[in-house]
Unconditional design. Sequence first.
Length: 650
Amino acid sequence: MNFVQFATTYKVVNNELIKLPENIIPRIFPTYSPNPKGPNFGLYCKYQLLRYKPWRATQNNAWGNQEPTDEVLINCWHEFLQTPYGQSNVPDWFDKLQTVIESQEAEDEPEEQKTTRKEWMILSDLNTPFDNSEQTPESTCDWHLDRANYSEQQIQEMPTWIKINKEEYTVDEQCDVVDINSFSEMQKLAYDIVKSHFDDTSSEKEPLCLIINGVAGTGKSYLINAIRNLLQSKCAVTATTGKAAYNIRGVTVHSLLKLPIGSRGKKDLTGQSLCRLQESVDNIGYIIIDEYSMLGQVTFGWIDKRCKQATGYNDKVFGGRSLILTGDPGQLPPVADKPLYHAKPSNAIGEQGHQAYHMFDKVVKLTVNQRVQGMTSEQVQFRDLLLRLRKGDSTVDDWKLLLTRQPSNVTNLCDFEDSTRLFYSNEQVGNYNHEQLTKLEHPIAHINARHSSALAKKISSDDMSGLEPVVFLAKGARVMLTMNLWSSVGLCNGATGTVVDIIYQNNHQPPDLPIAIIVEFENYRGPVFNENQPLCIPIIPITVASQTEIGFHERQQLPLRLAWALTIHKSQGLTLPKAWIDIGKSERTAGVSYVAISRVKSLASCVIEPMTYERLTSLKSSANLQYRLEEENRLDQLAQATSSAFRTTN
């Protein structure tokens, strides 16, 4: 029995134990912040031990009668949480374990302590309005010269050009030719499971809940195209990000199901919003969600909730619709949400998502790499390195191979000067983007968002669809879209390009919002705005509203950010032609090294800052990895059961 259990059950009267009523809840003091980076985290661990770990005679017994230093207290609390007793008797056990792990993984470095600061804050510290503009100071810089590159009619069309063309332009939806005879055994199994379910015309069939797992190169996208061709209009193909949706010619799941973004829209749909949702899924029987590992429990709960709202079948998971999840659980866990397999949901909607996830009773694991044919020995070597890195099993030979790509060993280093830089922290990203921005030797536009209230200025960009309070731009700047404007033609969250022109009204200049930023997007495939520049599109300020307890607050800003450098988290789901990678000094998030290095298709396509062997293998000691591997093991067992059951009945 621990102290909390004792204080809840008994009290001492005249040296005798008296049993208390069952509704007694003790209040325990003192209390300390559970912040793993706070100054009192050692004291927090001390009093957690006294509360939940059984001890006798003296308090020192709770930490093994050792000197109660912060290190001892934190380690003892960590060790206790890993015991069966701790797991069973500590409330919010998983969260507390994650907190102490974060504390032990943290390093006392000033730059790492700032990782929670947004990049725009860092850029604001580094920039003053119009810095690096000595040749064209603010008083003489003419921000209207770029207007001469466009007719007055074109300038007038800029604010509505995307909206109008999105309504009128028909995207060429070519059907991808898929030869199902070329399928691997597991690809064919997944396809046959879907086909068997689709061909079943009985009214009593249950919705299909299928997970298709596979690392890069195992043919998930090829299989998605085959399933799309099979199901035709009965199928909606979606992904968790705009870039991933573009790659499979789909839409984002947020767009299809009108999911809440940030703190906005966390309520049941009504009126026209509900009608639009119902219309969007009216004829759809199957929803494919690619890159599903980026979904958290809360988002998945809203998927279940929206599907039920759309169909009216509240007693059926996903409102009776079939869901097919595709992806690789070895990617980074979702940001600001718990993984689908987390044992302790944060709230009711998270619990709904957790329960819906565990309704998936069929799993197919793709294991045959479809890219092996024609692969060089170097490519096979890189693939095998990634498979080991994914599970924390990197060898000394893997480490030595990665070190061959450190800057001092790369003979063609100049070829990587324009490559995307990947860093762990916002601080590093902000510093590098500022460095590149100033190298352009163009005037830097310090662009402030327009806000509806003082409170709106303080709302996080996460609750404003990614719109930042301040954006820094210049002609020639490498930028990324932060919002899905028109995903089917490539204008999606994550699309990258270069600033060509900055168009202001005649009586405006920075820090005012411009009419538009003309950006050349490499992968754009829609209608032409300017015949002389077929890939250049006007990106205009977007207005987003966020609801708080005291009303709606609006922010108007350009959906752009600098993109010479990205955090590894933001790079997830991207395939980069070249990258310069710094995985950081610790595996602060399980899987960050794997995600960073797997953004490229070959080792020769990247430069990697040197790391120690201990750093490369630090993933192995992460509790988060263990939980993920346990979930993968559960899914593997389901995959075996799925294969056996389907072959028995067919």
